[in-house]
Design a protein around this ligand. Structure first.
Ligand code: NAG
Ligand code: NAG
Ligand code: NAG
Ligand code: NAG
Ligand code: NAG
Ligand code: NAG
Ligand code: NAG
Ligand code: NAG
Ligand code: NAG
Ligand code: NAG
Ligand code: NAG
Ligand code: NAG
Length: 674
């Protein structure tokens, strides 16, 4: 009994305590009461930004500390310490001048975020004569429309973080920021700044204590100045997307706290310094899109991310380069690397891209240990190898591109285990044998390119399992048999290439059910019988290639939309009707040469017309952007990956979508170009 009484008392006390806490919290909130002066300033600030009553900064409460976007702190007295006015569509026409001069009286402010608005002009007096904000620690004016030179920031002696990125600032950076002796993080990225990389050293004196320095996507020239290496506390140095020349200095190792070093898309030459391996904190190193030469030293001991793609690196890949246990991402595409692919591979690898080199030898079987691997690109090398069955153990693989090598042998049935596979590109090799039935398990497959090999066998009716498939390229192989009627189950199909095989039989009318089909190539086979009428009902179709078969009967071209390019040459019994005229196809059939450039122009023209007709935006993108994508690829991938680095969890989905988009169109151009 006594025990229950105790229990009851404990519960009551707990209840009282909870109630009391609630009370304390409430009274604390209402005690966040500003003095009269601060209330006035805040009211005037809100009025200066939004002279009209409606706006999306909720200032309806009489106590500004309860407005959203306002942070107050309660010390001896309550004061406003933070304003977060990001993304409020504040136009430059608002009384922004008034706003900034009133703001200078808010002398308790520590953090001001004014990013993502449309401000083009801030009065110079704000930067040089705003003594009230001498306690400001963080100022974010990024993603506005600021123009002109970087102003003299002499007002803000306490500033630790300054972000001016994504504006249109011009000119050089010299001493304008030299009053900011406490600056730890500076972002001037994505402007039009010129001159040499600022060193923030005035009269031999370091004027800031940098930890993060972002100068990316400007027009800085010259070399990487060695003065930068005096900022021993730098954790992030981002110089990508400028026009820097010269070498990556060996003294870079002085930056012994560096975590991220991005030098991509410049004109850097010389070797990759081996001293990078001495920076034990360095996790992310990217210098893709430069003109670096020589061998790659063993630098990855502490790395998680390495991108040296699109340089001019040569020699062999060091045997331990891909082995370091933290390594998640490696891209060495587009160099002149030779020798074999190292066999010692980090089991954390998520992406491995070695495309476009001179690699020879085999695909290592150790690849089967990479259970996290999502992207594997080994295309455009000289690999002379079978496809190891161990690949089937990489159960997270989404993209597998082994095209344009000298691979031989049969496709291992274990490929069927790759349930997440979306892109399978094996074209232009010497692979043979039948496609294993296990392949039909690949429910996520989006692109399948097996063209230009020696594959054989028939297309099974179960091909209709591939509900996601948008692209099938089987041309230039030894496939035979007929196209199964169930082909109409490929609901998402955009492009189907079956040319130059030994297919026969009639063309199934069910092909006409493929509502999204844009390109159908049946050329150079042994198809016979009539061309089914249903093909003329496909209103997305832009190219129908029937040439060099044994087709017969009448084909009335006037039934097709004008945007469709129908190629019929080489069917001696096919009578082609063009409107009212009638002809045998060999002489008058619409003929497209095998010249791939002409072909592309034709396709592009057809695409433009179908786009104008409002049909296919996505295909338009794929055809017209491919030229830009091929060279921009390194930079694009880089940006996406940095995105994921900043906010891995939150951005993962978006990044994957972007990446998927990128891969599709990038790979799309590769496969249609070959
Ligand atoms: C706020 O504006 C009013 C009138 O516009 C003015 O009288 C007052 O001095 C201003 N107060 C502050 C603190 O700026
Ligand atoms: C604005 O704030 C008030 C008080 O804090 C609140 O009651 C109201 O719902 C808010 N309005 C909007 C649109 O968020
Ligand atoms: C900015 O605001 C708009 C609507 O006001 C919203 O759609 C958009 O997502 C916001 N952007 C960011 C980056 O928060
Ligand atoms: C600086 O601002 C004060 C008032 O805020 C003003 O009196 C003074 O003239 C200004 N000085 C300059 C150089 O603009
Ligand atoms: C910036 O302002 C400070 C103090 O007013 C002055 O000493 C310095 O020369 C100015 N720098 C530039 C580049 O105008
Ligand atoms: C680096 O940080 C340490 C500790 O905070 C500090 O003592 C040192 O002065 C800093 N170095 C530089 C170059 O700012
Ligand atoms: C790393 O640092 C050590 C000690 O300073 C030095 O002996 C070694 O040569 C450095 N390694 C490289 C690759 O620079
Ligand atoms: C790379 O540098 C070499 C000389 O080292 C030069 O011949 C070549 O044109 C440069 N290539 C590019 C793309 O800048
Ligand atoms: C690659 O480097 C070699 C020298 O090692 C140079 O001759 C060649 O021009 C460079 N190629 C490119 C594309 O820059
Ligand atoms: C593979 O690399 C790791 C990490 O560098 C190393 O510990 C291991 O001994 C290497 N294994 C072989 C077989 O070389
Ligand atoms: C692949 O997985 C099988 C079991 O599914 C296992 O027996 C084999 O050792 C694995 N191979 C590698 C290289 O990990
Ligand atoms: C392709 O493989 C066949 C045997 O399957 C062989 O005869 C032929 O030489 C190979 N072709 C090339 C280019 O390696």
């Amino acid at each position: 009994m006594e025990r229950y009484a105790n229990l009851f008392i404990s519960f009551s006390l707990l209840f009282l305590f909870l109630n009391y806490s609630l009370f304390v919290c409430k009274s604390m909130a209402s005690s966040l009461q500003l003095n009269h002066d601060q209330i006035n300033i805040m009211a005037n600030l809100s009025k200066s930004l939004f002279p009209n009553s409606y706006h999306n900064w909720n200032t309806s409460d009489p106590n500004p500390c309860l407005w959203d976007r306002v942070t107050c702190s309660a010390g001896t007295s309550t004061v406003v310490t933070g304003l977060s006015l990001s993304n409020l569509s504040i136009p430059t026409a608002a009384n922004v001048g008034d706003f900034f001069s009133i703001l200078c009286r808010l002398d308790t402010l520590q953090n001001l975020d004014f990013s993502q608005n449309y401000i083009a002009m801030i009065p110079d007096s704000f930067f040089s004569n705003c003594t009230g904000l001498s306690g400001l620690k963080s100022l974010d004016l990024s993603s506005n429309e600021l123009t002109g030179p970087v102003r003299n920031f002499s007002s803000f002696a306490s500033l630790e973080t300054l972000d001016l990125s994504y504006n249109s600032l011009q000119g050089t950076v010299e001493t304008q920021l030299s009053s900011l002796s406490k600056l730890k993080s500076l972002n001037l990225g994505s402007n039009f700044l010129i001159g040499t990389i600022p060193t923030f050293i005035v009269d031999g004196r370091r004027v800031a204590v940098f930890e993060e320095l972002v100068l990316s996507h400007n027009q800085f020239t010259g070399t990487i100045p060695s003065e930068i290496f005096e900022y021993e506390n730098l954790t992030m140095l981002d110089l990508r997307g400028n026009s820097l020349s010269g070498t990556i200095p060996e003294e870079i190792e002085k930056l012994s706290n560096l975590k991220t070093l991005t030098l991509c898309t410049n004109q850097l030459t010389g070797k990759v310094p081996a001293t990078l391996s001495n920076i034990t904190t360095l996790f992310h190193f990217a210098a893709d899109g430069n003109n670096l030469t020589g061998n790659i030293p063993s630098i990855t001991k502490f790395f998680g991310f390495l991108d040296l793609s699109y340089n001019n690196l040569s020699g062999e890949i060091p045997s331990d380069l891909l082995a370091s246990p933290n390594l998640e991402y490696v891209d060495l595409s587009g160099n002149r690397l030779g020798g074999a692919i190292p066999t010692n591979l980090s089991t954390r690898l998520h992406r491995l891209r070695l495309s476009g080199n001179l690699l020879s030898g085999v695909i290592p079987t150790s690849i089967g240990k990479l259970s996290k691997l999502a992207h594997l690109k080994l295309d455009h090398n000289n690999l002379y190898s079978e496809i190891p069955s161990q690949l089937g153990n990489c159960s997270n693989l989404e993209l597998l591109d082994l095209s344009s090598n000298a691979l031989y042998g049969e496709l291992p049935k274990e490929i069927g285990n790759l349930q997440k596979l979306e892109v399978l590109a094996l074209q232009t090799n010497n692979l043979s044998g039948e496609i294993p039935v296990e392949m039909h398990e690949l429910q996520s497959l989006y692109r399948l390119n097996l063209s230009s090999n020696s594959f054989t066998g028939e297309i099974l009716p179960t091909i209709s399992n591939f509900q996601q498939l948008a692209f099938i390229a089987l041309q230039h192989n030894k496939f035979y048999g007929s196209i199964p009627y169930s082909v109409n189950g490929l609901e998402s199909l955009n492009e189907l290439y079956l040319g130059s095989n030994y297919f026969n039989g009639s063309i199934p009318s069910s092909l006409g059910d493929l509502r999204y089909l844009e390109i159908l190539d049946l050329s150079c086979n042994n198809f016979s019988g009539n061309v089914p009428d249903s093909l003329s009902f496909m209103n997305r179709l832009i190219e129908l290639v029937l040439s060099y078969n044994n087709l017969s009967g009448h084909l009335d071209l006037s039934r097709f939309l004008p945007s469709v390019n129908v190629v019929t040459i080489g069917n001696k019994d096919l009578i082609v009707l063009k409107g009212s005229t009638e002809s045998n196809s060999p002489e008058n059939g619409v003929f497209v040469t095998n010249d791939s450039s002409k072909r592309k122009i034709l396709v592009a023209l057809a695409v433009v017309s179908s786009f104008v007709a409002g049909f296919s935006v996505s295909f338009f993108m794929s055809s017209l952007t491919w030229k830009f994508l091929i060279r921009k690829q390194a930079a694009d991938v880089q940006d996406e990956d940095n995105l994921s680095d900043l906010n891995i969890r939150n951005n993962l989905q978006m990044v994957q979508r972007l990446r998927r988009f990128h891969e599709r169109y990038y790979l799309g151009q590769l496969t249609t170009a070959t």
